[in-house]
Ligand binder design. Sequence first.
Ligand code: SF4
Length: 489
Amino acid sequence: MQLDSPLVYPSQLVVLKGHMEKLINIGGDKGSCLGDSCGSGVRGEGASNLPGVYIKTFGCQMNEYDSDKLYQILSESYAPVESPEEAKLILVNTCSVREKPEHKLFSLLGKLRPLKEDGDGVLIGVGGCVAQQEGKNIVRRSDVVDFVFGTHNLSVVPSLIDQRRAGADPQVAIDYRDDWEDLPLGVPGTGRTSVFVSISRGCNKNCTYCIVPRTRGPEVSRPLEEILREVRISVHRGAKEIVLLGQTVNSWGLDLAPRKKFVELLEEVAQVDGVERIRFTSPHPQEVRKDFYDLVAENPKVCRHIHMPLQSGSDTILKAMNRNYRKKRFLDIIVGLKERVPDIAITTDIIVGFPGETEEDFEETLDVMRQVEFESSYSFMFSARPETVAADLPDQVPLEIKQRRLQELQSLQNELTERALASWIGKEVEILLDGFTKADPTKLQGRTSQNLLVHLNREEVTLGPGMIVQAKILEASKFTLRGEYCSGQ
Ligand code: SF4
């Protein structure tokens, strides 16, 4: 299962993946760093002689953002370390969206047990969506957990630590409370080209497969001035690109008094000195209006890329999902956008095998894919989440059918992606350099406004991350473009 927004970025094309792998997700979802080969650092001590903190982050960009905030909140007392073995404080920032989230959490806690048991005063805290949902159950089920904190309780983590160190019982803080004002602004350190800025929390949509409205609560927009302050600080620390985050990012402002529009926020952010690019994830089709097309067309800082979840192309399934748009509405938005912004890239999320999905329903999804020609899509087989409406729906689709549909969908997507990338060959594009290629760390890479990853084919010693350059696209591989530096820096 998935939600609309932060977690669902395709692995091939989209800018945030690189960002997600930086700094926070040390160890990442690719396997914990708890094996024998790890833990080479000095136990319990970070780079600045402060005790070490290790945060294991699962899930979406919202969790990445929250982990960043935790590092900042704790920065006076703890320094980040690269493995749990080096840490005096271990935080697990959980996600309930992926399969078997609790199993994942408790299995990780089991692996952390030896660190806890060696008597070196290691504390373990569990936060994020599973923590929000399960609260006290976590400390009941695992005696290695010292405290549990919910998605709205980051700012109280230092006091939970203090209380536990002072000998109190395991602590649990999972109230919904607006603690934005208590959180530090900006991201820790300097030098990130692209940074997340959260603009809202929670969701009011209640899609039947999604647990987010329960774990993140009702939607609350962050005040404009506070967002702008965080943007200014981020730019001051070197960011060139701001990625606005919200579960349904484009409904920002509807709950503010006076009411505000998402496009007004985009305009305000674009006016901040030093902001070169603005992205956002993820818009909900229900809230896309014509003024949005105009803004993307007319404001050069707003990137020519929209990641808008489709989920299904079948009206019957969209209704069962409680997605309050239909196939025609989705397609009309795409037509409107492409008319105003012909070079826009469209990416999406799709669930296959939702309960009751027939072959005809699935064909409707493929039909939308062919009509839109998504640059990429992030696709999942439906998998029931406890306490969601969809978990109890009749007509669950057998696994082998879901697998076959997913395979079919992904092979269509691969064709669409290859075709989309090939269409850029010979064109000159603007790239924001964001780092170096994995295969050859002397070679730079960057992203186009459409979020396409471009590897530059030769070293330019005067260039570096954060610079905006022109490049000519020479070649397209399966998921990336190769370009030649032309000008700019
Ligand atoms: S309930 Fe909200 S967060 Fe979950 S999928 Fe629906 S719109 Fe996205």
